[in-house]
Design a protein around this ligand. Structure first.
Ligand code: GDP
Length: 295
């Protein structure tokens, strides 16, 4: 991931790195290159503009023009700004209730079911929690089966009511079951459509209202670039979710979603998905991601 962006940024900094003494024109040209590289990586244009404006202000403020190593100084400023663009600090899950409730949202194919399994597995193995997965996709019987397959891979039970079409009821029953059987975390996988539609939004908004989750996570395929950002905005306007999960960062993504989403929806990216396997999940660290981008 980010190979293209990394290469482009490296090339942008080359001029500055080679110069003993640099001029305002060198800096301006480098920043123009950086902005183009960001746009080509599918970063939202407003985000890219604000980014380079901020870097410029900082560079001039820190006297980059008279610095001994102006190239390195610029790289450091860009690094810190990239990290801050992606949220600065890693954001944690806040699981308070007993049982804690996590609601997944997102379009079909974004990776919700896979991520529900990955998160259950992570909470179980790393935090010694005792999760229960809940199948609330009542439209596609295959979705229920898929969650069961995931559950059996990680040895986490899956609550289903195949005959019931009322997701609010299913979720409330699952929470009762969790209380009765001692599961401390309920992870609710929901239905998604191929595009945002009112019925789906009504359903998940009502589900959120009903179960009052500790965390509502929005799962999105990072390969969809600008669309990922637009979908995030639509879901956030409706659901006011708590965090974003960026999936498929192992694929041929240009990285724009990772860089724009935080600014556009002002919600943190909490996790990333880096493969189809249950272990392919990472807590999102803006700082480490900035390291990766700058190579
Ligand atoms: P849902 O419809 O939102 O529940 O999406 P699924 O969980 O069924 O995922 C859709 C497809 O994406 C499946 O083939 C998954 O194996 C795949 N997938 C999910 N997450 C990742 C990921 O992080 N990386 C890759 N490469 N594939 C993923």
């Amino acid at each position: 991931m980010f190979e293209n962006l990394s290469d482009r940024l490296e090339r942008s900094f080359k001029i500055l790195k080679g110069e003993g003494k640099i001029t305002e024109i060198n800096v301006a040209e480098t920043l123009k290159d950086v902005r183009r590289a960001l746009l080509d990586a599918d970063v939202n244009y407003k985000v890219a503009k604000t980014f380079t404006d901020t870097v410029k202000k900082k560079a001039l403020g820190q006297n980059v023009l008279t610095a001994v190593k102006p190239g390195q100084m610029m790289v450091k400023i860009v690094h810190d700004e990239l990290a801050s663009l992606m949220g600065g600090e890693a954001a944690e899950l806040h699981l308070e209730q007993k049982p804690a409730i996590i609601l997944m949202s997102g379009l079909q194919g974004s990776g919700k079911t896979t991520f529900s399994g990955k998160l259950a597995n992570m909470l179980k193995t790393k935090q010694h929690r005792n999760p229960l997965l809940v199948a609330c996709d009542v439209y596609r019987p295959a979705a229920i089966d898929q969650l069961k397959v995931v559950g059996s891979q990680i040895d986490v039970p899956v609550y289903t009511e195949p005959e019931n079409k009322n997701v609010n009821e299913i979720a409330l029953h699952a929470i009762q079951e969790a209380k009765a059987k001692g599961y401390d975390t309920v992870i609710i996988d929901t239905a998604g459509r191929l595009a945002v539609d009112e019925q789906m939004m009504d359903e998940i908004a009502s589900l959120k209202e009903t179960v009052k989750p500790d965390e509502t996570l929005f799962v999105v395929d990072s390969m969809t670039g600008q669309d990922a950002v637009n979908t995030a905005k639509e879901f956030n306007d409706r659901l006011d979710f708590d965090g974003v999960v960026l999936t498929k960062l192992d694929g041929d993504t240009r990285g724009g979603a990772a860089l724009s989403i935080r600014t556009v929806v002002t919600k943190p990216i909490k996790f990333i998905g880096t493969g189809e396997k249950m272990e392919a999940i990472d807590v999102f660290h803006p700082d480490r991601m900035a390291d990766r981008i700058l190579g």
